[in-house]
Write a protein that binds this ligand. Structure first.
Ligand SMILES: Nc1ncnc2c1ncn2[C@@H]1O[C@H](COP(=O)(O)OP(=O)(O)OP(=O)(O)O)[C@@H](O)[C@H]1O
Ligand SMILES: [Mg+2]
Length: 423
């Protein structure tokens, strides 16, 4: 299994809200090789759309503007829609108004353009690691259920791309134990075994075998029995003879999922197009997060609403639900936010419509996260994968930035100084 550091497209993306070309260039140069800077004009709706599609690690805001207070409403909206994304201010310590505006906006960190540009990557890294520590790392990792209310919504395409992207990110981790506990894809959607097909794999071992051998399952058995993608993600499909599923119960599947948590940090269950609603709701109820795949078409929205009702009735907590608007067309009448509102789901993400490239990749048995990593669909999937691994540490050593607290002290000093200077 190759243990490589993820190359550029898998790097962290940071959105930079600014329309000043010189500031954008300064920040891009400062971050060279340490993550991508995606400039965003100071427009709240554009920012939200970019945040939903790219899942950035941080959002940086340029407070060196003539009207910094106009940024406050943008920030308010961002915090409401994407509260998990840390916000960082950028300005000049020689321009106290920019620091003051950042302070008032409640940013978590401040980047001083008067300081050496080399301070920027460690400052961002330190902030991300602090946040990760605060969030805590669940020992068992996480189970993610991907549900799709009807066939063809793109659940299996997402599940396979996500498993491969997440596995790659996990292998870039510095903690060898974490890097070893990779991703397993539970290919449980219908039509059966599409995940295997999309990953160009074959497998004799399946879900029912997993249940029947539950007591014997250990790392060695799993490594030899489960089909494994070249990047390292393992796959456990439904049996080719679907009637075999009657040999096991829902409770058995539950036990198997718990067992797999000992060996795989991330379990992704593809439940797309699944006819057995009880099965879907049971697995979803046990999952840490449930992503509901939908499209902008009315039919998909109506079916998704019905599925969501079943999920909620069966006890899936509201705060575990997120919406994925697939085949997203930015100019369609219904925006992703409209759909999220209609369905009563808070967090939403979008995956762009890429019919031609996905079809071509699919026919060649390839995944865009491998063959066309810069494609918008691949980028969006990497963004989602990153959001699943919030504790992913960077591989470089942790250096200390100057820290917001230093600037706070400076501002407080100036503030007091100004007051003292008053007649
Ligand atoms: N973002 C996208 N843009 C364009 N085409 C897409 C997108 N996502 C998936 N597709 C295409 O839609 C088709 C159905 O996708 P997929 O098999 O992943 O759906 P599914 O929800 O798993 O369907 P089923 O329930 O039938 O298994 C595939 O041809 C796939 O390439
Ligand atoms: Mg499918």
């Amino acid at each position: 299994m190759p243990m490589s550091i993820p190359p550029a497209p898998a790097n962290a993306v940071h959105l930079f809200v600014s329309d000043a070309g010189t500031h954008i260039r300064w920040l891009c140069d400062a971050m060279e090789g340490h993550g991508e800077i995606e400039p965003v004009p100071p427009n709240p709706l554009v920012l939200l759309e970019r945040a939903a599609s790219l899942r950035p690690r941080t959002v940086l805001i340029d407070f060196l503007t003539e009207h910094p207070h106009q940024l406050f409403s943008t920030l308010e909206l961002l915090r409401r829609e994407q509260p998990q994304i840390p916000v960082i201010g950028l300005g000049l310590s020689t321009h106290p108004a920019s620091m003051l505006a950042a302070l008032r906006a409640g940013v978590l960190e401040f980047i001083d353009m008067a300081a050496p540009a080399a301070d920027v990557p460690p400052t961002l890294r330190a902030l991300t690691e602090r946040r990760a520590e605060q969030a805590g790392t669940p020992r068992d990792g996480m189970t993610l259920a991907l549900v799709g209310a009807r066939g063809g919504l793109g659940t299996t395409t997402l599940a396979t791309h996500l498993a491969v992207a997440a596995q790659e990110l996990q292998q870039g981790r510095t903690d060898p134990a974490a890097a070893q506990r990779g991703t397993v894809l539970l290919d449980l959607g219908l039509p059966e075994r599409d995940g295997l097909l999309y990953l160009n794999l074959q497998s004799d071992f399946h879900l029912v075998d997993g249940v029947l051998h539950l007591q014997r399952l250990d790392r060695t058995l799993l490594q030899t029995a489960l089909a494994q993608h070249a990047g390292g993600a393992a796959v456990l499909p439904l049996p080719a003879k679907l009637s075999q599923i009657r040999e096991i119960s829902l409770a058995d599947v539950q036990l198997l999922l718990r067992k797999l948590a000992e060996f795989y940090a991330l379990r992704i269950a593809d439940l797309g197009g699944c006819a057995a609603v009880d099965f879907v709701t049971q697995v979803a109820r046990d999952a840490d997060q449930v992503w509901v795949v939908c499209e902008q078409g009315l039919g998909a929205i109506v079916s998704t609403a019905a599925l969501l009702e079943r999920l909620r009735e069966s006890g899936v907590p509201q705060d575990r639900l997120s919406l994925i608007v697939n085949r997203f067309e930015p100019d369609a009448v219904l925006s992703a936010r409209d759909i999220a509102q209609r369905l009563g789901i808070g967090p939403f993400h979008v995956l762009p419509a890429r019919p031609q490239v996905l079809l071509d990749a699919n026919s060649r048995g390839e995944l865009l996260v491998e063959s066309r990593r810069s494609d918008p669909y691949a980028q969006a999937v990497f963004g989602l994968a990153r959001s699943l691994l919030p504790t992913l540490p960077d591989t470089a050593s942790l250096a200390q930035g100057r820290g917001w607290s230093t600037f706070m002290t400076q501002i407080a000093g100036r503030w007091k100084g100004q007051r003292r200077d008053r007649p």
